[in-house]
Design a binder for this molecule. Structure first.
Ligand SMILES: [Zn+2]
Length: 463
């Protein structure tokens, strides 16, 4: 293993989970999962070794073979039981998208992992109605514990693992209220903490600043819109960065250069974009040249395919697909990630081999600016589909600074009173998320499919 990637063992300072929880009693710790992850330690280490070997160009990416073994591995899953998956060559296989998966009551047979623990999660619902995803224990273990280590390594950050707390992930997802602490089963790095902030509460910013100053993590992680809200608050207050991390990581959506520059200036460290989706975990992250290197040590193959519904002569755009078989309970074959990309298999200017993304064009999320420093992040509406089972699709458009239009598509076959109740509930949820009162008009409509270009959140307000 490359020596400089991790701090020497003699310089690693550590805190135990119990010790941290005496200061932060609300932090949740899942002892059962920790034990299961520790049982996978040698597998996690082997995955990391493979990643490092690939990073250093020691093992070239092996051509992925679509053979009998691959066919057998996907055969228990309903979505792959069509004839086409048994007979054709890889290049003739159809692509798969999220909408297609939703047409199956259960697209995957998660018991295919033969009794080992299965974890479920749901996609966020910011880019399509949510989908339940399943992770096998081994897949989950390497994803959970190597994700941020890989981001650091690919980003050229050296000497990680010195501080007692490795990372703090900041989220506004209410499922993490109270926070979570996760130890690294290999002890290569310190503790990972997930911290929930409610940005509508003024004291949340100060509480976060105190937590960061106290834990002094090497890595701070958040989605771009949350980074933006935090940064603008601290800038308004004239506050200085509470800590100097080794890197700040932005994930979940595209990071615009202007915001990247401001975050980097504030924290005084590199800002690195990580690329992941709920359905497949870590896909890749940026090198020092800011190209996103795709991780073929976990996933078998990446391709760029024509965008669905694009004009035939529009060859400039491609959509990324991933073929990923290592998650036994949910293997993905030519799965459309839903992002427009500039993809290449050529080597990068940084010297590392492809495949990589020279540019990630899709997946922008916006933050609505309601004036006077009031910002609204669409992640406020993450639970919209979960809380409103009648909802098929919606679109929130900012028409003027404090005037919004809400388009709603409800499930067909609802009785009139159910329909009315759902509309009132959805309207209330949207209004409750607004940081200041805003006008809201409502319209029931039908959305035509959800192509790569569909934007659930739009603003017609120009700066
Ligand atoms: Zn590179």
């Amino acid at each position: 293993m490359h020596e400089d990637y991790f701090a020497p063992a003699s310089e690693r300072r550590r805190r135990t989970v119990d010790d941290l929880r005496t200061d932060y009693p609300s932090l949740e710790f899942d002892a059962e999962r920790d034990a299961a992850d520790r049982a996978e330690a040698s597998f996690i280490q082997a995955s990391l070794d493979e990643f490092i070997a690939r990073l250093n160009g020691r093992t070239p990416s092996a051509a992925f073979a679509w053979d009998n073994g691959s066919r057998e591995r996907i055969s228990p899953h309903p979505v792959y039981q069509r004839e086409v998956y048994r007979t054709r060559s890889f290049d003739d296989l159809p692509t798969l998208n999220r909408a297609m998966l939703r047409t199956y009551p259960t697209p995957f047979d998660y018991e295919a992992t033969a009794g080992s623990t299965v974890y479920t999660d749901r996609t966020s619902g910011t880019s399509g109605a949510p989908l339940t995803v399943y992770y096998s224990q081994t897949f989950m273990a390497q994803y959970l514990h190597l994700n941020m280590i890989k981001v650091a390594l690919a980003g050229g950050i050296e000497g990680i693992g010195r501080r007692p707390v490795f990372s703090v992930r900041i989220t506004d997802n209410q499922a993490y209220k109270g926070g979570v602490v996760i130890p690294n089963p290999l002890d290569l790095v310190g503790l990972s903490v997930i911290h929930h902030v409610d940005v509508t509460q003024g004291e949340a910013f100060e509480e976060l600043a105190r937590l960061l100053a106290d834990l002094d993590p090497e890595v701070v992680i958040a989605k771009p819109n949350l980074h933006k809200i935090l940064l603008e608050h601290w800038e308004r207050e004239g506050a200085e960065a509470p800590i100097r991390p080794l890197m700040v990581v932005s994930g979940g959506a595209m990071l615009l250069d202007e915001l990247r520059g401001r975050i980097g200036g504030f924290f005084g460290c590199p800002v690195i974009s990580a690329y992941a989706i709920s359905e497949a975990g870590y896909l890749g992250s940026e090198c020092p040249r800011r190209h996103i290197h795709l991780d073929e040590t976990v996933h078998e193959r990446f391709e760029s395919v024509p965008v669905e519904g694009a004009a035939e002569d529009d060859t400039a755009r491609g959509e990324l697909t991933v073929t990923s078989m290592s998650n036994d309970c949910m293997p993905l074959v030519r799965y459309r990630v839903g992002d427009l990309v500039d993809f290449t298999t050529e080597s990068c200017a940084c010297g590392r081999p492809g495949p990589l993304l020279r540019e990630l064009r899709g997946r922008t999320t916006i933050v609505f600016d309601l004036g006077n420093g009031f910002l609204l992040s669409p992640t406020r509406y993450m639970d919209m589909f979960k809380d409103n089972p009648e909802l098929v699709e919606y679109q929130l458009t900012q028409k003027q600074r404090r005037s919004f239009h809400l388009g709603i598509e409800l499930r067909s076959g609802l009785a009139a009173h159910e329909r009315e109740a759902a509309l009132v509930r959805i309207r209330n949820t949207v209004e409750a998320g607004m940081p200041v009162p805003a006008e809201l008009t409502l319209e029931e409509r039908v959305f035509e499919g959800e192509g790569a270009k569909f934007a659930r959140f739009r603003s017609e307000v120009t700066a």
